[in-house]
Design a protein around this ligand. Structure first.
Ligand code: NDP
Ligand code: 2IT
Length: 449
């Protein structure tokens, strides 16, 4: 069953389908937001008058470029690079870069669109954008990664600036890649502009807690959702999909708050450790050795590996999808609810399909969409920008406290807005309306932009 849109929203949605053929993830992200905006347009007709919906669905600028590079055998390879500068009503375009073979314009546009609302929710002065490439980092040597990053930045640099566009990491882009990208920017421009990228190393302008921020933030958020129901994370059994940056630090903070995380995964399979995952071992395998998560089961007594397993069949009280889009389907949601799951918070962007979201909402469990639940990463990027602008460097404790305050605030705003618009407990409604409202008001104030 698909929720219906009112006439104005339906015609805006049809226009998005017509203008962006084949970009199914972008269509999905737009539809999910439009489904929640009916009551806002009814209450504030000026947004329709100013064609805010139509404008908000059209990126301000889309850049597509060739990325030629040489592999270790001396062969020339060609990839495609993207940067979609979606909306700058609240600040410079801000959002990550994704390197994954599945990347095409539709993925970057869905991510850029979501980023606009997410960034608004953080309360920080940042617009929304996203970029990346269909480059596959798997199995590449360090030198190949460096040469690719250098070629990518050789085109991208002309579009960046501390007041223009500030990328960061996402799937396949972490500290190593940000280092190579920053080095090439500095070399081409002969300028040390810390503010053009976030997720930098701590020795050269990075912020403490940025590495941990998305995962930590997701856990702060789920804890707030549980607290709003008179409960908390302590003592809960959790499963976390993925075993990358977001998953690792979600596991770390959940464990710190007294939960037990019994499973995580990668695109090949799932590991289960009923005693609670050994995070030092996971970090060793994933961050240092860059190997597959199956290695965990070879090295840890009592752990099991399910090749091609489905992590959502493992009974848990809290489910944290932290891998990729559309990784949790309607059937998975039904299984989770049946097995006693009481809360889901999305560390990944759009990991739950529309059918899955419907199952969670109808079951009445706490469901925190990515826009709200994973906003801690980009919020801490904005804290990095703040430190760069003032040439300052904050302590871990202070930065983490700022992150926690931001997540508590996002939760409160979403919770209150959902209730105000007649959908108490519905964080999708709360997040979309809160984010939209701030961007829409700013766009009206700035005239026809
Ligand atoms: P990483 O590259 O560090 O890790 C990604 C993880 O997800 C890996 O375990 C990977 O497994 C798995 N994965 C990726 N693609 C697929 C796929 N198509 N099918 C199955 N598994 C897959 O990325 P991050 O941890 O940074 O990102 C994870 C999610 O969080 C993404 O949705 C991202 O957009 C989102 N996010 C990230 C933020 C950040 O600050 N990094 C901020 C907010 C959201 P494998 O190694 O097998 O590919
Ligand atoms: O999806 C996201 O919010 C990110 N990948 C982080 C973006 C950022 O600019 O820190």
């Amino acid at each position: 069953m698909v929720a219906s849109l009112n006439e104005k929203l339906e015609s805006a949605y049809q226009e998005v389908l017509r203008r962006n053929p084949g970009e199914i993830e972008f269509h999905q992200a737009v539809r999910e937001v439009l489904e929640t905006l009916g009551p806002v347009l009814a209450k504030y007709p000026e947004f329709a008058e100013h064609k805010i919906i139509q404008r908000i669905c059209e990126p301000e600028r889309q850049i597509i470029f060739r990325v030629p590079w040489q592999d270790d055998q001396g062969q020339v390879q060609i990839n495609r690079g993207f940067r979609v500068e979606f909306n700058s009503a609240l600040g410079p375009y801000k959002g990550g870069l994704r390197f994954h073979p599945s990347v095409y314009l539709g993925i970057i546009k869905f991510l850029g669109f979501e980023q606009v609302f997410k960034n608004a929710l953080t309360g920080m002065p940042i617009g929304g954008g996203k970029g990346g490439s269909d480059f596959d980092p798997k199995g590449k040597s360090n030198s190949e990664i460096m040469r690719f990053c250098q070629s990518f930045m050789t085109e991208l640099y002309r579009h960046l600036g501390e007041y223009t566009d500030v990328p960061a990491g996402d799937i396949g882009v972490g500290g190593r890649e940000i280092g190579y990208l920053f080095g090439q920017y500095k070399r081409i421009t002969n300028r040390y502009e810390s503010g053009i990228l976030t997720g930098k190393g701590l020795d050269w302008g990075g912020s403490r807690v940025r590495t941990e921020a998305t995962g930590y933030g997701t856990i702060f958020f789920v804890n707030e959702m549980l607290k709003a129901r008179g409960d908390g994370l302590e003592g809960k059994t959790c499963v976390v999909s993925g075993s990358g940056n977001v998953a690792i630090y979600a596991i770390e903070k959940a464990t710190e708050l007294g939960a037990k995380v019994i499973a995580c995964s990668d695109s090949n399979g799932v590991i289960i450790d009923q005693n609670g995952l050994d995070l030092d071992l996971i970090k060793q395998i994933k961050e240092i050795e860059r190997r597959r998560i199956s290695v965990y089961a070879q090295e840890k007594k009592g752990a099991t590996y399910l090749e091609s397993g489905n992590i959502w069949t493992i009974p848990c009280q809290v489910a944290l999808p932290c891998a990729t889009q559309n990784e949790l389907h309607g059937k998975d949601a039904e299984t989770l609810v049946k097995n006693g799951c009481i809360a889901v918070a999305e560390g990944a962007n759009m990991p739950t399909t529309p059918e899955g979201i419907r199952v969670f909402q109808e079951s009445g469990i706490a469901y925190g969409p990515g826009k709200a639940a994973n906003a801690g990463g980009v919020a801490t990027s904005a804290l990095e920008m703040q430190q760069n602008a003032s040439r300052d460097s904050w302590s871990f404790e202070y930065t983490e406290q700022r992150l926690q305050d931001i997540m508590i605030n996002i939760h409160r705003n979403c919770h209150e807005t959902a209730a105000e618009f007649g959908a108490p407990g519905n964080y999708v409604v709360g997040a979309n309306i809160t984010g939209f409202f701030k961007v829409a008001r700013s766009m009206v104030a700035m005239g026809l932009i």
